[in-house]
Write a protein that binds this ligand. Sequence first.
Ligand SMILES: C[S@@+](CC[C@H](N)C(=O)[O-])C[C@H]1O[C@@H](n2cnc3c(N)ncnc32)[C@H](O)[C@@H]1O
Length: 234
Amino acid sequence: MTTPSRPASGPEPDSHADSALGRAAHRLLFTVVSRCPPRLRDAALRRIFDSTHNSGEDPWSVDSDPYEVFKRQQLVDAVPESADVVLELGCSIGANLRDLAVARADATIVGCDVSPRAIDTARRITDGLANVRLSVTPAATDIPGTVPSGMDVLVLSEVLYYMGGASGIERTLGPVSASLHDGGTVVMVHSADDAPALHDTAVRVLGLQVDETGWRSPPGDARSFLLTRAHRPG
Ligand SMILES: C[S@@+](CC[C@H](N)C(=O)[O-])C[C@H]1O[C@@H](n2cnc3c(N)ncnc32)[C@H](O)[C@@H]1O
């Protein structure tokens, strides 16, 4: 996959990675976690992300930051109107799910997250939306159990950082891959400088063909994110 380079003026909006050193330390932490035995790994991820979600109702300011609102609108627009079952892995407080549920009212929107605290908030945010389903799903495990009939759209938004590099992405997306229908769509959105490498790895692991990829910015905002839309041939 050939990805256009990031606009030169854009700072990296990943809140965990406000410097190259900070990002390296962040990625190292999750690489170490991803190599732990599964029960320990899942418990560590749950503890880390429960703690993050305990720090506030909206830890990444996804509902108040105009950059996040613009990014979410672009993500929703990239999901085909014909979507039947959409799965977001790592849905956090459910803002993407809520907007997807409204924009794709005929689809079932499934959100899963390793953090029960995140899912508690997502349940509140999506209250009253009959086409949303939520699940606490331990990392790297039973997506097939969460969506028994599989999905035709997979959303990976600001989540690949936490899987522990290429080998961790392989371990996590392996079980997910089995549930993605042939012809299904994957929409990926990441803001950090390593987004191209993360998207490349996911494309390889999931056996995808890229339909479009490129950096986007809200008007008047120097921050940017990489959006990739791809599909599984067949
Ligand atoms: C930065 S938030 C992104 C939330 C949302 N996707 C968005 O775009 O706003 C990352 C979320 O991924 C979850 N997460 C991280 N690794 C995960 C994994 N392996 N399985 C499921 N959820 C995971 C975290 O608990 C957290 O809620």
